[in-house]
Structures are given as structure tokens and as C-alpha cells.
Design a protein around this ligand. Sequence first.
Ligand SMILES: NC(=O)c1ccc[n+]([C@@H]2O[C@H](COP(=O)([O-])OP(=O)(O)OC[C@H]3O[C@@H](n4cnc5c(N)ncnc54)[C@H](O)[C@@H]3O)[C@@H](O)[C@H]2O)c1
Ligand SMILES: O=C(O)CC[C@@H](O)C(=O)O
Length: 394
Amino acid sequence: MRILANDGLVDEAVNFLRREGFSVDTEKRDYEDLLGDLPDFDALLVRSATKVNRELIEAATTKRGKLKIIGRGGVGTDNIDLQAAKECGVVVKFAPHGNINATAEHVIGLMFAIARKVPFAHHTLKSGIWHKARFKGVELQGKTLGLIGCGRIGQAVANKAKDLDMKVIGFDMQRWMDSEVDYMDSMEEVLDHADFVSINTGGAHTLIREPELERMKSSAFLINASRGVNVEEDALYYALKNGRIAGAALDCYEKEPKREGEPFTSKLAELDNIVLSAHLGASTANAARKTGMEIADVVSKYLKYGDFRQSVNVGQTVIDEGIDLYTIFITHEDKPGMFGKFGTAFGDLGVNIQENNSRRLDGLAQTIYTIQEKPTSEMQEKLLEIDGVRRVVY
Ligand SMILES: NC(=O)c1ccc[n+]([C@@H]2O[C@H](COP(=O)([O-])OP(=O)(O)OC[C@H]3O[C@@H](n4cnc5c(N)ncnc54)[C@H](O)[C@@H]3O)[C@@H](O)[C@H]2O)c1
Ligand SMILES: O=C(O)CC[C@@H](O)C(=O)O
């Protein structure tokens, strides 16, 4: 099977995939070439640069199009049309673990940078002027960090902030059991109390607009290494310009250049109480290695074993299907044709099969059917009639 890694892939992951028996192509295609070439690939691996839209997915999944899976080396899948992929029978998987630490460290780095005015001091020294009094900063120790979104990255930021003797509060609809975050009941409560607010939700919703900025302390700093859309840049610009909040540090923007070396234009860059980085949260060699290995592994498992774990556009397990399901357990001889007979039996009884899972026993096999109807003794009897079936229970 052929895999196209269109946004680069670390050598270790390329070698892993080759050892697993795949052919791997890392030559970057532009959009027009992708449209022509993608139908010949079984998997497409991307980071954030390649935009995988409906047209591309549909072109790669015509009757003879081979594309089966798209792997996103990272967390945010906003560059992939998940719905189009679902409609075309293409699973999308992500690799959310490899860049947790890199992004959390970047958040902490941005907090220090804006609190101690390091980039401004650097800038003035580079231009040959000594300024000391102008760059008095604030310490993180003893301050309150407010997290909006306390998932994988939020929790890692919380742990690091605790080590810096910060108090950590946060808001999330989902609460982790084992967490350093002191959870608040609303985002507003976090905004009211935090000295540093860090957005870590991801997604496509705007959370911080003028009313939210109005709620923040005038001495507070806003950090966004989540997604540009999470913060309304116009509102932030005026809040910073008018001293409504003390400063901001951003890694993500409403409009981000698509290619290395392209111009970046934003009126935020005019301000001197903001620190900007170019979506660098995950940009470390270590994160690239871990993320590359993670996406290679989960894509390989789908292609080789039909393993849905780490899918984002379909249920990872039957539990995620969100319907009532039942199980029936069959112990049977491990020989060809058994599943066909089970399928026919269920079909004759009008039973819809959701999934079957099988493991080899010594000379036998244990198969569990997950079905959409409650098992009955009639089902049990019909399955027991099949030659090679030893036991049926539910
Ligand atoms: N700057 C970078 O380079 C970089 C790197 C990695 C990830 N990210 C971004 O960070 C985001 C978070 O990553 P993660 O791995 O922690 O994801 P995650 O899914 O583990 O955590 C996100 C959390 O936000 C919560 N959430 C969503 N909407 C919310 C809302 N309106 N209010 C409060 N909480 C809300 C979710 O319940 C979840 O717990 C990613 O989606 C991605 O966009 C950026
Ligand atoms: O690919 C990147 O560098 C961005 C990573 C990050 O935004 C993510 O969502 O994983």
C-alpha cells in the first residue's frame, strides 16, 4: 500500500512505515498535483499546511480511488473536511499526544516573554539602545493562571504552572479527575480572577471578544496558543491599545500565511504590549518525532488491522456509535466460512450486526458479535445449528 506524507515526516516514522510494508512518498505536492495523484495513494498524512477539502477527498475516492485514511500529525483537524471524508468512507485519525509538552512549554515561554518583556528588551538592544527602567516586569510566582480549556495541553500547562508556584484555575465542560486545576463553573469566573488567561480549547469557536476582555483585570495578560479563531483580533487590538488589559502573547491568528516566507500582516503587530510567534507551539524536533511516530503507528494499524483508535470522524469503538447495542458470544472452530454462516443466520433473523471481534483460542475461536437487537433463544438455537459452533451465550 502507498502512503503520501505531504507535509513531511521524520525519517524514523518513514522507516517504521517501510518496515511495516508500506511504500512512502514524502515529495510535497501542490493542490493541483494532489488532485491528480491522491487517488493512487491508500493514505495521506498531513500536518497543518495541506488543506484537505471536499473536492480533494471526492477526487481521491471515486470508484477506483484508493484513499482510505487521512492522518493528521497533530491535534487540530481544522484543515481537513471531516464530514466529506466521512461521506466518502475515509477515516481521519489524529496524533494528539506528541506535541502536548512542546505546546505547554511554549505557553509558559510566552507567559514569561510578555511578563518580563524579553522580546522588547531584545529588540532595543539589537538596535543598539540600553533600556532597563522601561522594561520592569512582573513575576509569575504567586499569580493566578486561568485556563480556558483544560484538556491534554491545558493539564500540562497547569502542571508546569504549579511548579512555578502559580495558582491554577480553569473552566472546561469536562473535568479531569486527577488534575492540578481548581475548576470554576464558568469561563467568566476564570476571566474575573486570572492574572494570565491561556486559551487551550482549539476548535472553531470565538470565545474571547470585547465583553470577555472587559471582564479581565487591567493588569492581566492573554495567551493564545490554541487557534486564531478563538480570539477576536479586532477586539483584542482595541483592548491592548486602550490598556484594557496589560498584554497578550499569541501563537495563532485568524489568518495565517500558508507557506514559509510569506508576508504576515496584522495590525496587532503595531502594538508594543504584544508578543507574537508564528504558530510555533508544536515546532520542536522532539514533538515532530513523537507526533510523526504516533500518526505512522495509528495509520498503519488502520490499514493493516482495521483498528479505529484515534479516529476523529467516526466512533473509535462501538461505544461511540451512540445506539443501543447487545453482545452475543460464540465459541467455534477456527476455520474458513464461519463468519459467512453467522452473517447469514443473523440476516435471516433480521438482526443488524454492528461489529464482530474475534480472538483465537487453542484450535478454536472466540467471536463476539455486537448487534442492534436484543439476543433471544431463537438466535442462540439458530447459531448452535451451524456446523463447528460449540457454544453460544448472551
Ligand atoms: N500552537 C500550536 O502549535 C498547537 C499545538 C497543539 C495543539 N494546539 C491547539 O490546542 C488545542 C487543544 O489541544 P488539546 O490536545 O489540549 O485538546 P483537548 O481536546 O485535549 O482539550 C481541549 C479542551 O477544551 C475543552 N473545550 C472546548 N471548548 C471549550 C469551551 N468553549 N470552553 C471551555 N473548554 C472548552 C474541551 O472540553 C477539552 O477538554 C488543539 O485543538 C489545537 O487547536 C495548538
Ligand atoms: O503542525 C503544526 O505545526 C501545528 C500543530 C498544532 O496546531 C496542532 O493542532 O497539532
